[in-house]
Write a protein that binds this ligand. Structure first.
Ligand code: S3P
Length: 446
């Protein structure tokens, strides 16, 4: 079933101080991988804290369609995996809805199987480039039997009898592409090597090691990573506690910074250094964010964040930081709208191929709400208006993009006039509790 719900507009207005304690849902990247690796591994995997957003549920459905048994018992998801190399040909196309991560990682995982698999998605996903994953798969011997022009979905893949191990240098900073090749390597004889010039989120590497894969990483003096995975090894089911998603935490975090008088705590947030770019940037802007109870849970760093409203000032966000905050630029732009001076964000080329062209969507949304900004080919600069004077009054086109929807609702909480978004339904893909959680903190959203 592709996304065809009626659009549901929403509106956020200037709110009184936000207070209280919140827990954001589980990390999306780790949740997808938990379902995938649990469904693949031999034996039982138990998951708590899983994000039950639409995107992740699609990955669960896909794994079920290929033989995994997945059920929920109380708070725990319990998976009986098929064993590495033993996925079954699905009877129907795998529908990934809005989910780039689910679809691209699964293309890698099953593309190399000697079977036919078809991938479909909603209008947003069907517009996104898949060649970045299909190119390395072709080198491994995978046939692309069908694809829409420009290597877009619907896509049908057929793997060879035995896939060929390759050495692949990832041409763009993308954890999805890196992961797709590593997952293809799982069912390929010999050693598949991924060269990653710029480090991106490392959940695939860490979690595959946890499931028992023979995966090693060597990092050169220049920071270039070589990741080696030995194919056809055994994976064994694990127990996983998914920490809170730092990308989702970004929304209440920015809200508390920009709404005067706010003081909130966000508990159990993933602090993996490949994901903390937004935090660093907001601290550089003068954001009052205290990191409490820093701890390690199940191999990942987590902490609680105490956030108090702050007078922000514009900064330059360097291109090297983009991989560690790639999903957070829309909400950073909302923060920048209230900062003194200009915030310049560099190295944003990957934003053009997210759930929407996020660079354009953010710029148009800011303009519609009276915020002065300049959209470059790979940059965005935002000239802020402290205390939100003159901000708001516009309607934002969200283009089936959950993060555009949530970011502009956050903007509205401190704007002089209300901010409307044309559709809030996509928020359920990554953060179904968003509206309730924000209202609980005192946000005026309807
Ligand atoms: C993700 C990687 C990123 C990110 C996405 C999740 C992942 O995409 O934007 O939300 O879980 O690997 P890219 O690899 O395309 O940068």
């Amino acid at each position: 079933m592709t996304h065809n719900a009626q659009p549901r507009p929403a509106l956020a207005r200037r709110s009184q101080e936000l207070t209280g304690t919140a827990r954001v849902p589980g990390d999306k990247s780790i949740s997808h991988r938990s379902f995938m690796f649990g469904g693949l591994a031999s034996g039982e995997t138990r998951i708590t804290g899983l994000l039950e957003g639409e995107d992740v549920m699609r990955t669960g459905e896909a794994m079920k369609a290929m033989g995994a048994l997945i059920e929920k018992n109380g708070d725990t998801w319990i998976i009986q995996g098929v064993g590495n190399g033993c996925l079954l040909q699905p009877e129907a196309p795998l529908d990934f809805g809005n989910a780039g991560t689910g679809s691209r990682l699964t293309m890698g995982l099953v593309g190399v199987y000697d079977m036919e698999t078809t991938f479909i998605g909603d209008a947003s996903l069907s517009g996104r480039p898949m060649g970045r994953v299909l190119d390395p798969l072709r080198q491994m011997g995978v046939q692309v039997l069908k694809a829409a022009p420009g290597d877009r979905m619907p896509i049908t893949l057929r793997g060879p009898r035995f896939a060929a191990p390759i050495t692949y240098r990832v041409p763009m900073a993308s954890a999805q592409v890196k992961s797709a090749v590593l997952l293809a390597g799982l069912n390929t004889p010999g050693i598949t090597t991924v060269i990653e010039p710029v480090m991106t989120r490392d959940h695939t590497e860490k979690m595959l090691q946890g499931f028992g894969a023979n995966l090693t990483v060597e990092t050169g003096a220049d920071g270039v990573r070589h990741i080696f995975i030995e194919g056809q090894g055994k994976l064994t089911g694990q127990t996983i506690a998914v920490p809170g998603d730092p990308s989702s935490a970004g929304f209440p975090l920015v809200a508390a910074l920009i709404v005067p008088g706010s003081d909130i705590v966000i508990e159990n947030v993933l602090m993996n250094p490949t994901r903390t770019g937004l935090l660093l940037t907001l601290q550089e802007m003068g954001g009052n964010i205290e990191i409490l109870n820093a701890r390690n849970a199940g191999g990942e760093d987590v902490a609680d964040l105490r956030v108090r409203s702050s007078d922000l000032r514009g900064v330059t966000v360097p291109a090297e930081r983009a991989p560690s905050m790639i999903d957070e630029y829309p909400v950073l732009a909302a923060a920048a709208a209230f900062a003194e001076g200009e915030t310049l964000m560099q190295g944003l080329e990957e934003l053009r191929v997210k759930e929407s062209d996020r660079l354009a969507a953010v710029a148009r949304g800011l303009e519609a709400n009276g915020v002065d900004c300049t959209e470059g080919e790979t940059t965005l600069s935002v000239r802020g208006r402290p205390r939100g004077k003159g901000i708001g009054g516009g309607t934002v086109a969200t283009h089936l993009d959950h993060r555009i929807a949530m970011s502009f609702l956050i903007l509205g909480l401190a704007a002089e006039r209300p901010v409307t978004i044309d559709d809030s339904t996509m928020i359920a893909t990554s953060f179904p509790e968003f509206m309730g959680l924000m209202k609980e903190l005192g946000a005026e959203i309807e």
